[in-house]
Design a protein around this ligand. Structure first.
Ligand code: PMP
Length: 354
């Protein structure tokens, strides 16, 4: 810390992203990226757009929003395009949460919510998940609060049904943000509720199901007034938040959606096969609606298993917190990568004689 850092940030605890090692080639199952490359049109669109980089990007993302609106069956006015979906969270927390409408989210969820609440200086409450790590819906209904729910949730992979999400939105006086980063892999989307409720924001990302984590593209779907409020924040912070190449990549990806839907189906199939094989090996595997599995096994501590996999060239994610430390989170890769992961796991069980 320098002598110049202001007091407000002295205690800031930053988010710790998953490792992106450069020293060695790993099978990377640690950051929920897609194991498949973007569709062919994406590379071509990026190359073409590179020639226009002397010009600022379109702050309204007009073409991208038009393409996405047509795909989703919403109006362009219902969409806000952002630099990854993390950026929507920043705009939404800043715009809709304060002391009078504090944030509430589960104690087991995407770690960034807490970090962002700390950065913005908004009070928050972490609602305990139950003994199966499932979100308890009754904790989120009623009151003047800003609710954030990842559905499906991370790192558990569990999801709440649409009817439950609807009840939470209906019975809350504050904004409800439903983070659908993983919705392409399972669960029920809250998108059909956006027309009905003026306090619902659905967030999505091109990072996982659309193989574009490195491009940074996310979006919010919400009623026009909420979008306008978040846009005000965006124009006050970074009007050109989506760069030209990313916007072009997004449009190309939307045109080639069939390719991505095929990949998602493959990932779901591989997920179910991997889950069955792990269960066979004695693991407890939470039922997942995402592109990852949250797993634990008697006699295998999470940190030790993570380290043993790393030694064998496979990266997974371990969270060193009281409720999560016995688990590891494993992103679903290609079926070949998962075969290798299962082989390594068998070796570790044997080596540790557990
Ligand atoms: N929400 C959840 C639940 C996530 O796991 C992630 C990925 N870390 C994000 C949002 C953010 O994704 P991105 O900013 O890449 O769109």
């Amino acid at each position: 810390m320098s002598d110049y850092l202001i007091k407000k940030y002295a205690g800031l605890t930053p988010y710790v992203p998953g490792e992106q090692p450069r020293d060695r080639v790993f099978i990377k199952l640690n950051t929920n990226e897609s194991p498949f490359p973007p569709s062919p049109g994406v590379a071509a669109a990026v190359e073409k757009e590179a020639g226009n980089l002397a010009l600022y990007s379109d702050p309204e993302c007009t073409d991208l929003r038009a393409a996405l609106a047509a795909k989703l069956g919403v109006k362009a006015e219902n969409l806000l395009m952002t630099n990854g979906s993390d950026e929507i969270l920043y705009f939404a927390f800043s715009a809709f949460a304060d002391r009078e409408r504090p944030l509430v989210f589960p104690d087991v969820t995407y770690g960034f919510y807490k970090v962002l609440a700390g950065l913005i200086g908004v009070p928050y409450t972490e609602m305990p998940t139950d003994e199966t790590l499932a979100v308890r819906p009754e904790d989120y209904a009623g009151g003047r609060r800003t609710v954030v729910l990842a559905n499906p949730n991370a790192p558990t992979g569990l999801s709440l049904p649409l009817s439950t999400i609807g009840d939470i939105v209906k019975n809350n006086d504050g904004v409800v943000i439903v983070d659908e980063a993983y919705i392409a892999f399972g669960g029920e989307s809250a998108l059909p509720l956006v027309e009905k409720y003026d306090n619902l924001i659905v967030t999505r990302t091109f990072s996982k199901s659309r193989s574009m984590a490195g491009a940074r593209l996310g979006f919010a779907v919400a009623n026009e007034a909420l979008i306008r409020d978040m846009n005000a924040l965006k124009y006050a912070q970074n009007p050109y938040n989506v760069n030209r190449m990313t916007a072009a990549a997004g449009i190309a990806a939307i045109r080639e959606d069939g390719y991505y839907l095929g990949n998602c189906a493959r990932i779901r199939e591989t997920r179910e096969k991997t889950a069955a094989a792990l269960t066979e090996l004695g693991f407890t595997v939470l039922p997942s609606d995402t592109n990852f599995l949250f797993i634990k096994r008697h006699g295998l501590d999470g940190a030790g298993y993570y380290a043993a996999l790393r030694d064998k060239g496979i990266l997974v994610r371990h969270f060193d917190t009281a409720r999560l430390k016995s688990h590891v989170r494993v992103t679903i890769g290609t079926s070949g990568q998962m075969t290798r992961f299962l082989e390594a796991t068998k070796e570790i069980i044997k080596e540790k004689e557990v």
